[in-house]
Design a binder for this molecule. Sequence first.
Ligand code: IMP
Ligand code: MG
Length: 185
Amino acid sequence: MSKRLTFADREIDRTLFDADHIHRRILELGAAISRDYEGREIHIVAVLKGSIMVVADLIRAITVPVSVDFIAISSYGPEARQSGSVRLLKDLDESIEGRHVLVVEDVIDTGLTLSYILRTLRARRPASLEIATLLDKPAHRLIDLPIRYVGFTIPDCFVVGYGLDYQQRYRNLPFLATLRGDVLA
Ligand code: IMP
Ligand code: MG
């Protein structure tokens, strides 16, 4: 499974974690989650769209009973983001009351998006509420969040691939890569 795919794109800087590396880490997270939730059923709330790959792989690495729902959030852009102003684009299909909810995110940066999601979910009285994120970028964190499961803690850089996008592109890369600085400038 270690066939190296190459995507010749001038905007990509370098590979951060290749597909095998991500896969191994997801297996570890799935094992830890399965141990922690032994005897309980997990209700996963995946945050669209960035978490599509991680949730698809993670649920296959979890051995306790699992159900999945999706929520979609949009921020109003850089200025509004500072105020934590985000918009619910797609709500959950099912009630989470009394359920053991595990929120699955692709990346947590300032924490504003997730803090909005947590406020919304907490008000619906789940039995428990935990967070799993593929990537943690603590450099610009504005709100302290209790993140239970972290795939990789990374420095402040813009990451694409494995579900993460830059202007809706690159979600299809099977690995995680950084974008060239001048692309973002
Ligand atoms: P936060 O509200 O600042 O924590 O931002 C979280 C959201 O910003 C994520 O769900 C992503 O949509 C986006 N984001 C933050 N950093 C990156 C990145 O490095 N690559 C792609 N999207 C990112
Ligand atoms: Mg996201």
